[in-house]
Design a protein around this ligand. Structure first.
Ligand code: ZN
Length: 449
C-alpha cells in the first residue's frame, strides 16, 4: 500500500519526522513559552490564544472557547475514515516554590503539560506539511483541552453555580458540551520523570479513578478555657471522622488500590475558642467504579460518625472526579512500536496499574484511548524540582510519536484504527456516562439540632 504520491508508510513517517525537525526550534520555543506563562484550569486564556494562532498559521481553522478555553483544529484525510484526536492539556498546577511559578498566582507547570501542547502542535505542523502526500483516511483532530488537574475546587464550584461550567474537569465538560461527539479515538503523551521511570516510555493497563469531597463540620463556639462545656467542638468531630476513615483501610481489597488522603483546610478560628467550623477535603480513589462507590459510602459513614459523636453537624459535598483509566492494548502496541523505532527495543513497556488519576479515564469509558508516559524530565512530578531536562525528547519526540502513530492508524484504508474500533466495547454511551457522572454530585447535611 502507498500514499497518494507513492510513499510507503515508513517513508511517510520519515518525512513527518523530518518536517518536525525542520521546525524544531519553533516547537521547543512554544513549549518553553508556555512553561514561563503557566495558567490553571479553565483560566488558560493566553495558552489557548497561542495554540489558536499556531493552528491558524498552518491553516487548521481552529474552533476556540470549547468548555471555556479548549481549541480544536482538524486535518481532513483524502477519504472518509476514523477521526483520531491528538490531545494536549492546557493547564498548569499550582506549585508556588517552583522556579518558573507565576509569582502572583503560584501557578507552575510542575506536571509538564506545556510539553503536551508543544508536542500536539508539533505533530500538527508535521502532518500538515505532508499535505495531500500523506493520503491518510479519516481525520486527525488536534485538540487542546482545559483543566486536567483537579485543583481550585471552590473557584470551579463558583463557576458551576454561575452556569459557566457543569463539571469541574475539562474532559467531562467537553463531553457534556458535545465536543467529543466527532472523535472516534484519542491519544496524548504525558511527560514522565527519569527519577520515577525505569524505561523511556510506558503505558499502564489502568489507573485509579476518584471522587472529590469537600466537608464542613459545624459545632458551637465557646471559651476554650472558661466554658468548653458550653461549646461543640467541630475539630473533635473531624478528628473522630479521620480516625474512623483510617480504621476502614483494612476493609478494602488490595486489588482495589483504594487511596483516601484527607486534609484539614481549616481547623478553627482562634486558639481560645472552641472550634465552631472545621473544613476538610479528600479524594477517594480506587481502581474500579465499584471500589470508588464502596469506599465513598464508607467515608460518608465515618463523617457522619464524627458529627454524631460530638453532637455536631456535617455537610458532605461529593463531586465527580476522574473515572478509572483503561488503556487500549492494541492501540498501546501500535504506539510502542514507534517508541522502539526511535529508541530501540526494550525502551517501552505495557502493563500494570497506576494509583494516580486522569480525566482521560472518562474518555476511555466512551472511545479507545491511550495515555502513555515519555521520560524527558528530572525531579518529582507535581514537585518544585520537576524540570524537562531533555528539550528535544520533551517537546519534539512527543510530536514525532503522535504523528507516527497517527500515520500507522490512518494510512491507506486505516485498517489498524478500524481493528481497534471493532475490538472496543464502550463502558458507557455518552448519555449513560453523563447520567452516572451527574449522579455523583451530592450534598448531604447530617446531625445537629
Ligand atoms: Zn499531568
Amino acid at each position: 500500500m502507498s500514499g497518494t504520491d507513492g510513499l510507503t508508510k515508513e517513508q511517510l513517517k520519515q518525512a513527518v519526522c523530518e518536517a518536525i525537525e525542520r521546525r524544531g526550534n519553533e516547537i521547543i520555543e512554544l513549549g518553553e513559552t508556555i512553561l514561563h506563562h503557566p495558567e490553571t484550569g479553565f483560566n488558560e486564556r493566553k495558552t489557548a490564544a497561542l495554540v489558536a494562532d499556531a493552528m491558524r498559521a498552518i491553516d487548521l481553522n481552529p474552533e476556540t472557547g470549547l468548555a471555556v478555553t479548549g481549541v480544536k483544529g482538524r486535518l481532513k484525510g483524502s477519504r472518509p475514515g476514523p477521526r483520531l484526536a491528538l490531545i494536549g492539556e492546557l493547564d498548569s498546577l499550582r506549585t508556588s516554590d517552583h522556579p518558573f511559578a507565576d509569582p502572583h498566582t503560584g501557578a507552575a507547570h510542575s506536571c509538564g503539560h506545556n510539553a503536551q501542547i508543544a508536542g500536539m502542535l508539533g505533530a500538527a505542523m508535521g502532518l500538515s506539511a505532508l499535505g495531500e502526500a500523506a493520503g491518510l483516511a479519516g481525520e486527525v483532530v488536534f485538540f487542546a483541552v482545559p483543566a486536567e488537574e483537579f485543583i481550585d475546587v471552590a473557584e470551579r464550584l463558583r463557576r458551576k453555580q454561575a452556569g459557566e461550567i457543569e463539571f469541574l474537569l475539562g474532559k467531562p465538560e467537553l463531553v457534556a458540551k458535545g465536543h467529543f461527539d466527532d472523535i472516534d479515538m484519542a491519544m496524548m503523551i504525558h511527560v514522565g520523570s527519569h527519577d520515577q521511570m525505569s524505561r523511556r516510555s510506558y503505558i499502564a493497563d489502568s489507573s485509579n479513578g476518584a471522587v472529590v469531597k469537600q466537608i464542613r463540620f459545624f459545632g458551637r463556639a465557646s471559651h476554650a478555657g472558661g466554658a468548653p462545656q458550653l461549646g461543640i467542638n467541630a475539630l473533635s468531630a473531624a478528628q473522630i471522622a479521620l480516625n474512623a476513615i483510617h480504621c476502614q483501610r483494612e476493609t478494602f481489597w488490595d486489588r482495589d488500590t483504594v487511596r483516601i488522603h484527607p486534609i484539614i483546610t481549616k481547623g478553627g478560628d482562634a486558639v481560645s475558642v472552641v472550634p465552631a467550623e472545621v473544613t476538610m477535603e479528600t479524594f477517594v480513589r480506587g481502581g474500579s467504579l465499584e471500589a470508588i462507590v464502596d469506599a465513598n459510602m464508607k467515608v460518608d459513614r465515618c463523617l457522619r460518625a464524627g458529627a454524631m459523636a460530638m453532637g455536631a453537624e456535617v455537610e458532605i459535598n461529593t463531586i465527580p472526579g476522574y473515572l478509572p483509566q483503561r488503556n487500549d492494548r492494541r492501540f498501546a502496541e501500535v504506539f510502542g512500536g514507534n517508541v522502539e523505532a526511535l529508541f530501540g527495543p526494550g525502551h517501552f513497556d505495557i502493563g500494570g496499574h497506576r494509583t494516580g488519576s486522569t480525566d482521560m479515564g472518562d474518555i476511555a469509558h466512551l472511545i479507545p484511548v491511550i495515555h502513555p508516559y515519555l521520560a524527558s524530565a528530572r525531579g518529582k512530578t507535581h514537585g518544585a524540582d520537576f524540570r524537562i531536562n531533555e528539550p528535544e525528547h520533551g517537546y519534539l519526540t512527543p510530536a514525532k510519536l503522535l504523528a507516527m502513530t497517527a500515520i500507522d492508524l490512518l494510512y491507506g484504508d486505516a485498517a489498524p484504527a478500524q481493528e481497534i474500533l471493532a475490538g472496543f466495547t464502550p463502558a458507557f454511551t455518552k448519555d449513560t456516562y453523563l447520567d452516572f457522572a451527574r449522579g455523583l454530585f451530592k450534598t448531604e447535611r447530617y446531625g445537629g439540632a
